[in-house]
Design a protein around this ligand. Sequence first.
Ligand SMILES: [Zn+2]
Length: 634
Amino acid sequence: MTKLKTLIFFLSIALMFGAISAGVGNAQTSNNIQTFAEDFHSYANPQAVSVTNVDLDWNVLFDQKMIKGTATLSVARNSIDKTAPLVLDTRDLKIEKAETSVDGKTFKKTTFKLGAADKFLGTPLTVQLPPDAKFVRIAYATSPTASGLQWLAPEQTAGKKMPFMFSQAQAIHARSFIPLQDSPQIRVTYSARVRTPKNLLAVMSAEGNSQNSARGGDYKFKMTRPIPPYLIAIAVGDLQFQSLGRRTGVYTEPSMIEKSAFELADTEKMVEATEKIYGAYRWGRYDLLVLPPSFPFGGMENPLLTFATPTILAGDKSLVSLVAHELAHSWSGNLVTNATWRDFWLNEGFTTYLERRIIEAVYGVNRREMEAVLGRRSLEQELFGMETRDQILHVDLKGRDPDEGFTGVPYEKGALFLRHLEETVGREKFDKFVREYFDNFAFQSITTETFVDYLNKNLIAQNPQISLTDVSEWIEKAGLPKNAPQPQSDAFAKVEAQTSRWLKNEITASGIAAKDWTTQEWLHFLTKLPANIGAERMLELDKTFSLTKSGNSEIAFQWLLMGIKNDYAAADSRLEEFLTTIGRRKFVKPLYEELAKTSAGKKRADTIYAKARAGYHPITRASVDTILKREASR
Ligand SMILES: [Zn+2]
């Protein structure tokens, strides 16, 4: 169904029933019956029984690479059928026992059944539920290869003395460490008691994180606001805290605390800037956790505690747009959440748009435009050669791993769409719309259809210069619409002028006035150079600017990518070092892809991967396994 047809269908249903509030496909109560969108990535049956709270009691066992304990789920029956069982999502969990309770105190054993395992979805767990049961307690253990957990040996950490463990639940990995209804439209509160080795500190995406870093091996946490399950997160390691502001701070290993605090010094300012445009920050504290380098993503917006890659520690705050991004998720994503993974662009498009607005507020419009130009360019490069079905914001991920939806499309195309709306109606009106959108759907999970309906009523109706056809093209069609905004940067124009003089041999590399270039100008310079620039030209640049030695992860990545394309042997050992120390998928994936394009490169990739694989997160491994055609082993 195209968007227009969906909308007509949707409106006619609405007319049939007299009125609609905010939402078909939106998990909310009307006449005491909750409606849920169809989620192809969950076995759960929330329309019959839904989970509302998760209470965890965990032992974190480093020697066995295992979490062992119980999850007590509060359940609510949503249908008149009082015999329906509870269906949960699991992956590679060892279920020991299931019990139910009416009062949460006395539990009775019940029967349960694990279904057949699906390679993407895991295994459904069906628990028999007496009609009056309000609680279900599952005793279980995780697998040492749980897709949502990474266990690091001491040598894989910065301090090299103590082990480390962290979780990454998005998109559907929470089920590999908690039996639960793992769909983003099923919001839960949670609490946890976590036992760890005495000398390690546990932190979670909840209240209860210790600021004085007091150790004891027994920690308690509570998340009082309803969140989607993919935001439940834990890390355990040799962690220390440093305050950054009134309600902001950073946790990391002691040897990285100073560097992290310096890099993240503007965090409090960012929270204030965001509140000014989009309304109050509703979560209490905003802390960051800087992880060891194997963390597969740039950042993960776990509420109250963003998880971040150490690759943003450039030493000059030039890569902190990542903090702006993760912070923005406190509004777009965590407060208003995609109901299913095909609506992922609602999380990431809004967040990328907000990220640029925060950067503008804190660092100025020039920096914003530079990042927007780079964002659009990387999207265009990615779209070239991408299957058309994946170029669509409202992407169809049925039968696929939702991690395949993590492309530049939901992020950059989504952000361009929102910028297009802003440019069409004007900033003042658009800011008001977005702020009211966050208020209206706060702590709810919504579908693309619900968003379009809201947009239609609250922006398009008053601004006929936007048409539904236009909106439908943006959301339901492949590629970039002709009216897509074209960000412009004067600073980049200057970089281009010099680049062209150098390429025409009018100046040598030392004549390029790069002394005061920001990271963004460097990235513009490198990504605009001809792909086949040749090893000789690269050598000239390297002699002048020491690019192979760059400690800035973004610059090093671009340079190493060029090195592979141009057989630049002088960067070979740096490439191997980079790939065996950093596990961030954004960098690792394109480098292996580029290597795999030639048979000699493929051989090199296999050799490097043999050394690197053990240190990568399961999510990064899954990606590289596919590129190098290795048997996937989740
Ligand atoms: Zn994001």
